[in-house]
Design a protein around this ligand. Structure first.
Ligand code: CA
Length: 388
């Protein structure tokens, strides 16, 4: 037990000995085959890896996780409940995470600072919500006409993105982990027809982030509307159009009841990464096995969230088609081509004015070039064949 690490070094000697004996017993039990230990049964190896295999069962952690979503929000709420359960099970009860919806513990706009300052330990949201802190963070959520879900996940996980993401969030004392992906979103609900580029002029649309900047360049007005007010604003004509997520969430919000057209595709969000953000000191203070458990649980939750979107979206698109008078439309090619050109301009402008954005954008672009070449040869042909 020479490598045993206990935070309770101030215990009286006898109590400390008792404590260590109990911990040694627990450690022996764990070494006999628990999920938490390394799989090594060899005594010599166990001794070498003592640091990693000893578990102080008396040290427990209770964390709070605040989200950017209303309580029990479809997909995300379920995914986060699953995440909390996983953490508790994998840590054999040593770690518990309580999940709070937006505003239950921290108002959504204050989530970033609350995690950064350690007021709460974790958050769940999307990097583009924090463009006001660092414009570069937007590139880790979604880029108009950028990477799809599998591509952006590959860039972040294996293509150099994660190091940059950690660096940018690290400036704010935060460690990020992928927390799901929405897949390609829908273009949104419109009460005005979009037949040409001219129709974008004067269009008042709820569309956040880089997509909003692109719409503004095309002559529209990007309006910021909180999730809870979208329905009323569209119904009362305060806005002409709104994007939200995809058929499942859009259906739940009831947008199909009040809009004339439902446009595809979500050019502005081709595969949005959701993220877990964790206070850096709190994360680093955890024993290494709990850090690994957090990484594993975020990965499993992320896969579940992405899969749930893929399962639910078409089911709810069918419901929308059956129950709504809204017409399903596609943006004309001319409109998409124009928005794409304007996207390049917006991205160039942001890169020129922000060295961090420039650095991340270069990595993003290099990956996009490779991924597009591969997709051109493979997936593009596959989808074209599927559709014919
Ligand atoms: Ca959206």
């Amino acid at each position: 037990m020479k490598n045993y690490k206990t935070p309770n070094t101030n215990l009286p000697t006898n109590s400390r000995r008792d404590f260590l004996n109990k911990a040694a017993a627990v450690s022996a039990v764990m070494a006999s085959g628990s999920l938490i230990t390394s799989a090594c049964g060899n005594a010599e190896e166990t001794s070498k890896q003592d640091k990693g295999t000893s578990v102080d069962m008396s040290q427990t952690y209770e964390w709070s996780l605040s989200t950017s979503w209303p309580p029990n929000f479809p997909v995300f709420g379920e995914g986060l409940s699953m995440f909390a359960k996983l953490i508790e099970e994998m840590s054999a009860g040593r770690m518990k995470i309580k999940v709070f919806g937006a505003g239950e513990k921290v108002p959504q706009p204050e989530l970033f600072d609350a995690v950064s300052n350690g007021v709460i330990e974790m958050g769940h949201g999307a990097s583009y919500y924090w463009a006001g802190k660092s414009k570069a963070l937007q590139l880790f959520a979604s880029v108009p006409f950028g990477l799809n879900a599998q591509q952006i996940t590959s860039w972040v996980n294996n293509g150099g993105g994660y190091e940059l993401w950690k660096e940018i969030y690290g400036k704010f004392n935060i460690v990020p982990f992928i927390g799901g992906n929405t897949g390609v979103q829908m273009g949104g609900w419109f009460n005005k027809e979009i037949n040409s580029v001219e129709d974008l002029k004067g269009l008042k649309m709820r569309i956040p982030g880089l997509g909003g900047a692109v719409l503004a360049k095309a002559g529209g007005t990007a309006v910021s509307v909180a999730g809870g007010e979208i329905y009323t604003n569209l119904e009362r004509g305060v806005i002409d159009a709104t994007e939200w997520i995809g058929p499942y969430h859009d259906y739940k919000l009831g947008l199909y009841k009040i809009a004339k057209y439902y446009y595809s595709p979500g050019w502005h969000e081709p595969g949005t990464i959701l993220d877990f953000i964790v206070n850096k000191q709190k994360y680093e203070a955890l024993p290494t096995d709990l850090q690994a458990i957090i990484r594993a649980a975020t990965a499993q939750t992320s896969t579940w969230i992405f899969s749930e979107f893929e399962v639910k979206n078409n089911q709810f698109l069918e419901k929308i088609k059956a129950e709504s008078k809204a017409e399903l439309r596609q943006f004309p090619d001319e409109v998409l081509a124009d928005l794409r050109t304007k996207t390049q301009e917006v991205l160039q402008e942001q890169a020129q004015n922000d060295p961090d954005f420039q650095k991340v954008y270069e990595s993003f672009l290099a990956f996009q070039k490779d991924a597009s070449a591969w997709a051109e040869l493979t997936e593009k042909r596959f989808y074209n064949q599927l559709q014919s």
